[in-house]
Design a protein around this ligand. Structure first.
Ligand SMILES: Nc1ncnc2c1ncn2[C@@H]1O[C@H](COP(=O)(O)OP(=O)(O)OP(=O)(O)O)[C@@H](O)[C@H]1O
Ligand SMILES: [Mg+2]
Length: 399
């Protein structure tokens, strides 16, 4: 029994489930109202879901019916001090067992173990945390910058690895730097397939087929690598990118997108689907001025009036620029900074991201904070950025 989700407001029940499972359970932060919320938190299809029906039985019966309707093998245990009243309704909803909240820890353990033993292998398999039709969609976090070489790939790979480690099977990283993408090298991967295969395949709309083009990294992160050569990227349009990201967001809690410098057609198509834009710049005058233009362009396009996350890389006391200078130039606050740190090039050259190495240096610590920022955001509040009207590529800054 290693995949138990608990939904209750009772600290007493939480303590019992904690003792019964040896701490191997995940507590919902609030009572769920939709199956997608349970699956999103579980990062997949859980074996056992414990729903406390004492505050309100009807919504929990409905949720049970939704979960067991989608995944007939799932073991739902309802907590109730009036089991006789639930009776037939519980049976019809597909409840596996009813747990008396006054039960001793040993009895709680027995009920959970029995529910887990009866659990049949689930389809879809683990690694597909957000099935379609559940009303839940993953967050799409795109890392963009007007200039090249400012750390987009460093940030995207580390953020993705951090999220994948925080919530197993939750994250896919897409290398949208279609001509010169280097995510595969940053993660030391030798991919069999690339993004070009995924968008050109005749069955590309089938999400199960799409998954077969992903490469699994040793941290549990799924990756869709850039095509091997710039020529192989020919023929991939903005619409292809939009569809691809939409599909991945039905399958993964977090879709992290690394991009090429500037706002080209592919990046704009990604931003149309993006729920969380991370706007990155280096701490130098050309970089900061480029960011200012990029912010103005996004404003002109009517994108992300709110929710732009400004990340400043290469923070260095000797740069001659202060954060206040940067904020004055861009006309808004910086959300987070990353220090210039010699561990970064070493990790890129080895192909092992800092979030995998888990060091104690200032950059790794700060990247950990960045991961926490995105891991904590509630899923269902996500809204993509969509442009006003249809613009093709916009040139802002240069490589
Ligand atoms: N905080 C940092 N401290 C030191 N070096 C860094 C830092 N961030 C990035 N680098 C280094 O800067 C270089 C460029 O980083 P990266 O490839 O992530 O940038 P990029 O924006 O993706 O570039 P491109 O636009 O060419 O794709 C790399 O060699 C990386 O190791
Ligand atoms: Mg890059």
């Amino acid at each position: 029994m290693n995949h138990v989700i608990l939904a209750t407001t009772s600290t007493e029940l939480t303590a019992k489930v904690d003792a019964a499972t040896g701490g191997r359970f995940v507590a919902m932060p609030a009572m769920p109202s939709a199956a997608g919320q349970v699956l999103a938190l579980a990062g997949g299809v859980p074996e056992v879901v414990v729903l406390d029906s004492r505050p309100a039985a009807e919504p929990m019966l409905q949720l049970t019916a939704d979960l067991t309707g989608l995944f007939p093998g799932i073991g739902v245990v309802l907590v109730s001090d009036q089991p006789a009243e639930l009776g037939l309704a519980a049976m019809r909803a597909g409840v596996r067992d009813i747990l008396d909240p006054s039960a001793a820890v040993d009895d709680v353990r027995t009920v959970l173990q029995r529910a887990a033993q009866l659990t049949r292998p689930q389809t879809p398999p683990p690694g597909i945390p957000l099935p379609e039709d559940l009303g839940a969609s993953g967050r799409i976090i795109s890392v963009v910058s007007p200039k090249g070489g400012v750390g987009k790939t460093t940030v995207a790979t580390n953020l993705a690895v951090g999220l994948a480690r925080a919530v197993p099977h939750s994250t896919v990283l897409v290398d949208l730097d279609l001509q010169f993408g280097d995510v595969a090298s940053a993660l030391n991967l030798d991919p069999e397939y690339s993004l070009a295969d995924a968008v050109h395949n005749p069955a590309r709309r089938d999400t199960m087929v799409l998954k077969t083009f992903l490469t699994l990294h040793e941290t549990g992160l799924y990756v869709l690598c850039a095509p091997e050569s710039p020529a192989a990227a020919d023929g991939i349009g903005g619409d292809d990118v939009g569809r691809l990201l939409q599909s991945l967001a039905t399958q993964f809690r977090y879709v992290v997108v690394d991009t090429a410098p500037g706002l080209n057609e592919h990046t704009l198509a990604a931003l149309d689907q993006t729920t969380d834009p991370v706007l990155l710049t280096s701490m130098d005058v050309p970089g900061v001025r480029g960011l200012r233009k990029e912010l103005d362009t996004l404003t002109d396009l009517g994108m992300f009036a709110e929710g732009r996350f400004i990340l400043l890389n290469f923070e260095d006391a000797r740069s001659g620029l202060s954060i206040a200078d940067v904020e004055a130039t861009i006309g808004r606050d910086v959300d987070m900074t990353l220090p210039r740190c010699p561990v970064v090039p070493a990790s890129v050259n080895q192909g092992v991201p800092l979030m995998q190495l888990g060091g104690k240096d200032p950059m790794t610590r700060q990247l950990g904070r960045l991961v926490d920022r995105f891991a904590d955001v509630p899923l269902l509040a996500a809204k993509p950025g969509r442009r006003r009207g249809r613009h093709r590529g916009v040139r802002v800054g240069a490589r």
